[in-house]
Design a binder for this molecule. Structure first.
Ligand code: UDP
Length: 192
């Protein structure tokens, strides 16, 4: 379904995980966006961001406001798939199947704290990098080098929208991480 031109995938959590698991198996480079109402406002005035959302491999309804808008438009969505829940489910999948996770973004030290919370929850989880970094374009060559040498299967990017999603779209052609997800404030939430 679409809200003001932004296409949202009508998936429940388990279906989102199944689709992401298939992306991990197929390789290549995928992008996932966790959409809240602010994304839709931003897309209306920022054509680059609208294009990134349109070309993403999966756009889940993160914010309750997206579900309310979909219902109002007469095309209700079946479920909400938040960045926090998706992060937990991907960490679980990574621990079970040996996928490598990389956490990029948030204030210095926060990704490390979030990683510790995930590793405590999912035994055997391999986290190959925690870097605050910066979404500024001139930091991209450095971050590309760091991420490429860590060889993650799943990259979580917490720079807030639209920066994180634009960052993923710009860098995925070089990174070729199988799954990259914009997760907003998830590291802050996990770190408490
Ligand atoms: N952030 C960052 N660098 C920036 C801007 C933001 O690392 O230049 C981080 C910030 O520390 C926070 C996250 O991005 O962890 C933004 O979370 P928010 O909940 O605001 O995301 P949004 O809901 O705007 O997508």
């Amino acid at each position: 379904m679409q809200i003001l031109g932004v296409a949202i995938d009508d998936v429940i959590e388990a279906e989102a995980v199944t689709r992401i698991a298939a992306m991990l198996e197929s390789g290549g480079a995928h992008q996932i966006c966790t959409v809240n109402p602010e994304f839709i406002n931003e897309a209306a005035r920022n054509p680059c961001f609208a294009e990134v959302l349109a070309q993403a491999d999966l756009c889940t309804a993160d914010g309750i406001g997206v579900l309310l808008a979909a219902r109002y438009l007469g095309t209700p969505l079946r479920g909400r798939v938040t960045g926090v829940r998706l992060t937990h489910r991907l960490a679980q999948l990574a621990a079970e199947r040996g996928y490598r996770l990389f956490l990029l973004g948030a204030a210095p030290g926060v990704a490390e704290e979030a990683a510790a919370v995930l590793q405590a929850a999912y035994a055997g989880l391999t986290i190959v990098g925690c870097v605050a970094g910066s979404p500024a374009p001139h930091h991209e060559p450095f971050l590309q080098q760091v991420i490429r040498s860590a060889r993650p299967d799943i990259l979580l990017v917490a720079y807030g929208h639209p920066k994180q999603d634009l960052w993923i779209a710009r860098n995925q052609p070089i990174l070729q991480v199988p799954v990259a997800v914009g997760v907003g404030g998830v590291f802050d939430y996990l770190a408490g």
